[in-house]
Design a protein. Structure first.
Length: 154
């Protein structure tokens, strides 16, 4: 049965100041024998989704919202989504939903994505906020990671 992630209770409070903190948390989770997820994805699926999302800030995601909607998102939500938090409950399109994957394999993908973020300077236009800086991309990616990682308990 699919869980409505918008209303899940008991999620962890997660805040990352850097990609290194994200990886440290992911490595701790991957090495634990007592991990539980409160949403619909396994830890491996979460790690894979985050790796793909991080890499999309370098390579693009294949979609961009129409410019009038980007203006509204930028004016109303950009600051919150970059510096506060992202809400749970958004149902990603199928192409952004990972299939079954081994946790260690997905962790390796996440490590590679983080290494690319650190070594490559190219960033594409954000699908909702348009042209944002490298630092703003980092903040958005970390908030996105926090939201998904908060569903992993253990």
């Amino acid at each position: 049965m699919t869980v409505s992630t918008k209303s899940v209770e008991g999620r962890r409070t997660v805040r990352y100041g850097s990609y290194d903190e994200l990886l440290s948390d992911a490595e701790r989770i991957a090495s634990s024998n007592s991990v539980q997820t409160l949403g619909n994805w396994s830890p491996g699926q979460i790690f894979k989704h985050l790796a793909d999302a991080i890499e999309s800030s370098i390579d693009g995601s294949g979609f961009v919202l129409p410019w009038p909607i980007r203006i509204i998102f930028t004016k109303l939500m950009k600051r919150k989504y970059l510096y506060d938090s992202l809400p749970a409950g958004f149902k990603a399109p199928k192409k952004f939903q990972p299939g079954p994957i081994d946790t260690q394999e997905a962790l390796d993908d996440l490590r590679k994505a983080v290494a690319r973020m650190k070594s490559e300077t190219n960033r594409v236009m954000h699908p909702a906020f348009g042209n944002i800086t490298r630092e703003e991309w980092d903040q958005f990616n970390l908030r996105h990671c926090e939201m998904h990682m908060s569903f992993i308990i253990g």
